[in-house]
Design a protein around this ligand. Structure first.
Ligand code: HEM
Length: 130
């Protein structure tokens, strides 16, 4: 498994752990009421699960399994994918701070990260033998 995939999958699993814990707390709160304030955690749960966990797992596995080039460097311009990884996570943390304009900055960073990742990955998409 390439190093970037290791880091992406590690990060996604950490987010899954935190997101599941938050989800479990909200679920508990539905059955055995603790505090109405626990519902404030819903945006964190959604953010961590959809972007931190699912999206980052997809990107990490895609970096790993999409065909490599036949000549070195076999993974292509990997610095682009590393920058995308950094931007995506910084963007996610900014969104998690839940401050009005930081959410906007974070979202833009995440969007640019995904665009950069797609730009990096697209040329690797080729049928076998080409
Ligand atoms: C251990 C796993 C999980 C637990 C215990 C859990 C728990 C919860 C709870 C209690 C809610 C609030 C539901 C309500 O409005 O009454 C919720 C909402 C939500 N969860 Fe999870 N969840 C889990 C996994 C996931 C996963 C894997 C995803 C995404 C892939 C996810 C995405 C969402 C979304 C998008 C909402 C908002 C739904 C809405 O407002 O209609 N959750 N979750």
């Amino acid at each position: 498994m390439p190093r970037l995939s290791v880091w992406m999958v590690r990060f996604s699993l950490i987010y899954l752990g935190i997101g599941m814990t938050i989800g479990g707390m909200m679920l508990w709160n539905k059955g055995i009421f603790i505090s109405v304030d626990l519902w404030r955690l819903l945006p964190y749960h959604i953010e961590l699960m959809l972007f931190g966990w699912v999206m980052q797992l997809v990107m990490g596995v895609a970096f790993w399994i999409v065909p490599r080039y036949t000549t070195p460097p076999r993974y292509g311009k990997t610095h682009r994918a590393w920058i995308a990884f950094a931007m995506f996570n910084i963007g996610l943390w900014l969104v998690l701070i839940q401050h009005t304009w930081l959410i906007l900055v974070g979202r833009v960073l995440m969007l640019l990260a995904v665009v950069l990742f797609v730009v990096y990955l697209f040329p690797r998409l080729k049928p076998y033998g080409e």
